[in-house]
Design a protein around this ligand. Structure first.
Ligand code: FES
Length: 82
């Protein structure tokens, strides 16, 4: 893994994160919350391998992306409450 830092945005906040980490790791590293369920419960990554869909976020305008399966890219825009 290339450990150089790249810049992404999470919920509009610019963050420098190590290149090659997952979006879920970047969100956790930034200590940002994940989405809430329709009943208001806080959700967060559970399986970490693309099965549970608990880590869904919007990435570059595309909804329902699994944060645990996506790798950060320079300039990526992530919205967690989606
Ligand atoms: S944590 Fe289960 S799909 Fe991402």
């Amino acid at each position: 893994m290339n450990t150089a830092l790249i810049r992404i945005e999470i919920d509009g906040q610019a963050l420098d994160v190590p290149n090659g980490i997952s979006v879920a790791a970047a969100i956790a590293r930034a200590q940002r919350p994940f989405r809430r369920s329709v009943s208001g419960q806080v959700r967060a990554p559970f399986c970490g391998m693309g099965i549970c869909f608990e880590c869904r976020v919007r990435i570059d305008g595309i909804a329902q992306q699994r944060a645990c399966m996506a790798t950060v890219r320079e300039g990526m825009q992530v919205m967690t409450d989606d």
